[in-house]
Design a protein around this ligand. Structure first.
Ligand code: 44T
Length: 839
């Protein structure tokens, strides 16, 4: 009961309460009772309302009721979530936070809901708050690490670590300010660096805008820390929404910006500059008039393009084999990645991806010389405005090397001013990646020296569009913009004449009845091209299924059960597109459940089922997948258990999937006798390395200030200890140990899993251990396994970046404390002094 003798804290209301109010006390106690009763009856909504009432009327119960209140809130929120009552869900959280404003568990949980709804910035804010309240709260820490990558993208570190780039921008800004540009606007200020350069160079007025809330807040902190709080005005706005004098008092004489991505235009620089010229900048300088004028840094750009062959690019964008896991893929129709500049852009497609060509596994082959696709003057508003309506230009690229036409690679030179320029080319040692335009129009087409490739360049929607339209060969024109029969392009033709003829033949005859194709994510495409994966699963499934068939035959021979009773059930809970259920169903006597959700992809599987003699009813789709694992893993009917459950354990980015171990324990309960889950075991492997590249991508390095400004401590708050999407095979690093076994996850016996383990590693040479890349050996059964480091796999690797580099001598023993919390790995390392001293 509330302590009615307690000293009141606040004014009138509290004083009134002190007198004691038997009616109120009764209400509190009966509400509390009702809350508890409703909780027992699992009527969480009513329980929640009762708790709210109790805690509002009698805050003294806060400590007593906190746990039950949280539990009620979470359960009620789960219910609201499952029926899509999202607004109410967030209202409940807000009410809960009014009562417990500093409850890290509620904050973290609200962050998780926000994250799932796509409100990343807000989610991150909640995780951040939870962490400030309780820095050693692992759930909030993991969640924060997960969103940090979205909030502050990793390239910020790379750019700030790129001295060349920083200095060139600084010089150009200095020169412009000294030559009279005294009012400056930094569009897309990020950490505030270019705005601070302008101020430092002596600009009288500096404005900056930034559309990301997180970056805006960061810029404010950085600018204040560097003593420029009053002298740079930062706005949390997209430049397109700004005007003078509404947002800045008058037009400025200099706009500085680096709102460019690998494809130059992806961050909307054309639109931003057109708007800036029309609303934010003084008019450009006209001949010799001495009127105040405006200009832009960078002054312009030149875009280059070249055709390349690369197996790595190819396997991520189209099917490279006629058969996968024994399935003939012809019936699947055309499967392609969603990256294409010829498709009408929508949510599911992108015009290009990015790659650092110099780090492409397996390398690449340049098939043409680089050629200039486009030049643009950022100081000419007519030119900027005319870009979208510019006529399509056809470029002729002489082919210099023989190879398959897989993609066009694009990069650019950014002319900061007349002297300074930056290049993002593949040969440069910079922070930049290149834009990759995969070629879908001519799968498997081989270019030869002497050919000329015709490329159409246009700038629709202020995006650079490139299309390979034709090849000029021996005076003939081969059109590439029509579909080629994938079957014919699968088989490499050794004879060039035959190849030419067959290319011509298919181009003329195989116009598809429909332009229909099915889109698969790049990683799904690479998975489909991963032959070992399908062969290994096929083998393991065949083995298990024949064992199970023998078993059921023995059991049911006497009973001569109905045909259906002898069916085996296989469930695949892989994320995304997967052929595994079909591979299982093809064994006969198997009913397979697929988790593929997209209708087009389901149709692909259905078509393949038909052509492989799988009865329609033997391939089912797990359509009504509930969010919770309980729902996902429900068996088909109560009397039948699963013979095999296929779990998707490792994400493409190189991390273990969240909740894997929970899913595995649940799955084990749903197996019939002799049934299995795939995989049965995962071994986490790793290696000690010294890699400056990894450091550069994880945090702003060095003790020296960036261009004389103190930025690192602020942006480095967003450093995460685990680096994902790494290509260990092309990572620039020194190996300091052998391959180590870091952890073993036994999925068939989740009780056997520990969460912490000590691993001893011996340094094979001296150096600084900066990171521990890790990957997985995935054991489907005792003799079939897959290694996620394999060149042909769709998996990338991840790496733990150590907080402090560890100096080691050859022969030293290093003690690693490896922890696995939920699905997140963390590692700390120290030199084992005992062994050092012994030696
Ligand atoms: N990444 C390159 C692209 N912004 C750089 O919110 C190179 C990628 C990259 N703010 C690997 C390496 C690299 N008004 O914070 C961002 C963005 C903001 C705006 C206000 C506007 N109109 C805009 C447009 C963008 O500007 C900042 C910089 S965009 C630069 C992107 C290192 N992967």
């Amino acid at each position: 009961m509330p302590n009615t003798n307690a000293k009141p804290k606040h004014g009138r209301r509290a004083r009134r309460r002190r007198r004691g109010d038997p009616g109120r006390e009764q209400l509190v106690s009966s509400s509390l009772e009702s809350a508890q009763q409703c909780l027992l009856n699992q009527d969480y909504g009513t329980a929640f309302v009762h708790y709210l009432l109790v805690l509002h009327l009698a805050p003294v119960f806060k400590d007593f009721a906190r746990d039950s209140f949280r539990f009620t809130l979470f359960k009620w929120a789960e219910e609201l979530d499952s029926v899509g009552r999202i607004q109410e869900l967030f209202d409940c959280y807000e009410q809960a936070l009014e009562i417990f404003p500093a409850d890290e568990v509620i904050l973290n949980s609200m962050g998780e809901h926000l994250f799932r709804m796509g409100f990343r910035d807000e989610a991150a804010g909640h995780f951040h708050k939870a962490l400030k309240i309780k820095p050693d709260y692992p759930e909030a820490r993991e969640n924060f690490y997960r969103v940090a990558n979205w909030l502050v993208e990793r390239w910020h570190f790379l750019m700030l670590n790129d001295r060349g780039r920083n200095q060139k921008y600084q010089q150009a800004i200095q020169k412009a300010v000294q030559s009279g540009c005294s009012t400056v606007l930094d569009i897309g200020t990020g950490t505030g660096i270019l705005g601070m350069c302008a101020k430092k160079a002596g600009a009288a007025e500096v404005y900056a805008c930034e559309l990301s809330k997180t970056m805006y807040e960061l810029a404010c902190e950085v600018v204040a820390e560097n003593g420029m709080e009053g002298s740079i005005q930062i706005l949390h706005k997209k430049s397109l929404e700004m005007g003078a004098p509404a947002d800045i008092p008058h037009r400025v004489s200099l706009v500085v910006t680096e709102t460019v991505d690998a494809g130059l235009f992806g961050e909307g620089i054309i639109e931003s500059l057109i708007h800036a010229w029309n609303h934010l900048l003084l008019p450009p300088k006209r001949s010799e008039e001495d009127l105040p004028s405006g200009r832009v840094i960078p002054a312009g750009a030149t875009v280059f393009c070249m055709a390349v062959e690369s197996l790595e690019i190819r396997r991520h964008h189209r099917l490279c084999a006629a058969e996968v896991g024994g399935l003939k893929m012809a019936a699947a129709g055309e499967l392609r990645s969603p990256v294409s500049c010829s498709l009408e852009p929508d949510d599911s497609t992108e015009p290009y991806t990015t790659e650092r060509l110099s780090r492409l596994p397996g390398g690449y082959r340049a098939l043409t010389e680089p050629f200039t696709a486009l030049s643009i003057d950022f100081n000419n508003v007519q030119e900027l405005e005319g870009l979208s309506s510019r006529e399509v230009q056809v470029m002729r690229l002489p082919v210099t090397q023989q190879g398959e036409l897989d993609a066009l690679a694009v990069w650019f030179q950014l002319h900061l001013d007349q002297e300074n320029s930056l290049s993002t080319g593949p040969q440069e040692d910079t922070c930049w990646e290149q834009a990759i335009y995969p070629v879908h129009s001519a799968p498997g087409f081989v270019l030869k020296p002497g050919d000329e490739l015709l490329v159409e360049v246009s700038c629709h929607d202020a995006y650079l569009r490139l299309g390979c339209v034709a090849v000029l060969r021996d005076g003939r024109k081969l059109h590439l913009d029509q579909r080629v029969d994938p079957q014919s392009s699968m088989k490499p033709e050794p004879n060039p004449e035959v190849e030419l003829c067959s290319a011509l033949a298919t181009l003329q005859t195989s116009q598809r009845e429909s332009e229909d194709f099915c889109l698969l994510e790049c990683s799904e495409m690479a998975l489909l091209n991963y032959q070992d994966y399908h062969q290994s699963f096929s083998l393991a499934l065949t083995k298990l299924i024949s064992e199970m068939k023998l078993r059921t035959q023995n059991l049911s021979s006497a009973a001569s059960a109905a045909a259906d009773a002898s069916l085996l059930y296989v469930l695949d809970v892989s994320e995304g597109f997967s052929l595994l259920p079909l591979i299982a169903a093809r064994q006969g006597g198997v009913k397979a459940y697929s988790s593929v959700e997209k209708t087009k992809q389901q149709n692909v599987l259905r078509r393949l089922a038909v052509t492989h003699g799988v009865p329609e009813k033997h391939l089912e789709f797990w359509l009504n997948r509930a969010e919770d694992e309980q729902g996902v893993l429900q068996r088909p009917s109560t009397e039948k258990l699963w013979s095999a459950i296929i779990l998707d354990c490792v994400e493409t980015c190189g991390l273990i999937r969240q909740k894997l171990m929970e899913k595995a324990s649940l799955a084990r309960f749903l197996l019939e006798e002799g049934g299995r889950i795939f995989p049965e075991k995962i071994v986490i492997l790793g290696m000690l390395v010294e890699s400056d590249t990894l450091l550069m991508e994880s945090a702003v390095q060095g003790r020296d200030p960036t261009l004389g400004f103190n930025i690192a401590p602020f942006i480095n708050q967003f450093t995460v200890p685990v680096h994902v999407f790494l290509d260990f095979s092309t990572l620039d690093c020194r190996h300091l140990s052998e391959v180590l076994e870091l952890f073993v996850l036994d999925l068939m016996d989740t009780n056997a899993n520990y969460t912490e383990r000590e691993v001893k590693a011996q340094a094979t040479s001296g150096g600084r251990v900066t990171a521990i890349p890790f990957w997985y050996q995935i054991h489907l059964d005792w003799d079939i396994s897959l290694n996620t480091l394999s060149r042909t796999s769709h998996w990338k690797q991840a790496a733990v970046v150590l907080q402090e580099p560890l100096e080691v001598q050859a022969g030293d023993w290093i003690r690693l404390a490896v922890k696995l919390h939920k699905s997140t790995i963390s590692i700390s390392a120290q030199v084992d002094m005992a062994t050092v001293q012994m030696e």
